[in-house]
Design a protein around this ligand. Structure first.
Ligand SMILES: Cc1ncc(C[n+]2csc(CCOP(=O)(O)OP(=O)(O)O)c2C)c(N)n1
Ligand code: SF4
Ligand SMILES: [Mg+2]
Length: 275
């Protein structure tokens, strides 16, 4: 299917054009998600997309699935409820770095801990884009933000390590520059039976880029190209060479009981008298 056919099939044409700024990476993360869904042949009526609030969270409104545009930081609890009520659905969360790790941080770690079968696509633009460039828990040290005009002195989370430490059984990272690779890891995340995180590094040339003199969207994608390495490339680099680099690809995969399956077994066992 070419892009035009994908758009006709999976996008709500009456909601377009989108509201994202020129050079914003959100459209690339969204199309990488759609391509992954199409590649896997997921049924549109069996696929639910849940988002919180933010520029990135507007993605759910543009997509022709059952979608919920919920409250800031609450995409994961809404998705958890949907998955528990209807475990047969593919439930995909589209969320921002602020949405998932600041106001929604608690929900994020506990969904990972439970290993509930959700796919969380975290649009990491390193900033609160929608509200005017405040720093988030994923903003790199010393970056400028409207709430840190002299540069933030807070150490960011490494969200991949955070998810792993909290119990996520699938963790991957991609960038909008490596759009095909991003779509591939999203497809693997959706196929995974457990909590799956994909950190999608995406450019916000307005909320982040202007304050940090990062240039336009194309320049910010060039930065992604120059700083992303595969695990195989990372193995050949010294710690010093790796200092300003990050690894893309599938970074962690493990096995653990999935929450909704355990929940259903518990209900059956309770109905039989709790044995
Ligand atoms: C309870 C609540 N608090 C604050 C806000 C304001 N608000 C809306 S979006 C947002 C941050 C969005 O940042 P992020 O999740 O990174 O998404 P982005 O816009 O960068 O894609 C905030 C603070 C809100 N809508 N609701
Ligand atoms: S403010 Fe940033 S994240 Fe929001 S639409 Fe504009 S470029 Fe994209
Ligand atoms: Mg953001």
């Amino acid at each position: 299917m070419d892009m035009e056919q994908l758009v006709n099939k999976y996008y709500r044409l009456n909601h377009l054009p989108h509201m994202w700024c020129p050079g914003c990476g959100n459209g690339i993360v969204t199309s990488a998600t759609v391509k992954a869904i199409d590649k896997l042949g997921l049924e549109q009526d069996k696929t639910t997309i849940v988002s919180g609030i933010g520029c990135s969270s507007r993605a759910s409104g543009y997509l022709d699935f059952d979608t919920v545009h919920s409250a800031h930081g609450r995409a994961i609890p809404f998705a958890t409820g949907i998955k528990l009520a209807s475990p047969e659905l593919n439930v995909i969360v589209m969320t921002g770095d602020g949405d998932a790790t600041a106001i929604g941080g608690n929900h994020f770690i506990h969904a990972a801990r439970r290993n509930i079968n959700l796919t969380v696509i975290l649009f990491n633009n390193s900033i609160y884009g929608m509200t005017g460039g405040q720093y988030s828990p994923l903003t790199p040290m010393h970056s400028k933000a409207s709430t840190a005009p002299y540069g933030t002195i807070e150490r960011p989370f490494n969200v991949v390590e955070l998810a792993k430490g909290a119990g996520a059984t699938f963790v991957a990272r991609g960038t909008t520059y490596h759009a095909q690779q991003l779509s591939d890891v999203i497809a693997q995340a959706i196929s995974h039976d457990g909590f799956a995180l994909v950190e999608a590094i995406t450019a916000c040339p307005i909320g982040f880029g202007r304050q940090n003199k990062s240039g336009d969207g194309a320049n910010m994608m060039k930065w992604q190209k120059e700083h992303a390495v595969t695990a195989a490339q990372a193995d050949k680099l010294s710690d010093e060479e790796m200092a300003d680099k990050f690894i893309i690809g599938v970074l962690h995969r493990s096995e653990a009981p999935e929450y909704t399956k355990q929940y259903d077994e518990l209900i059956l066992s309770a109905q039989k008298g709790g044995k």
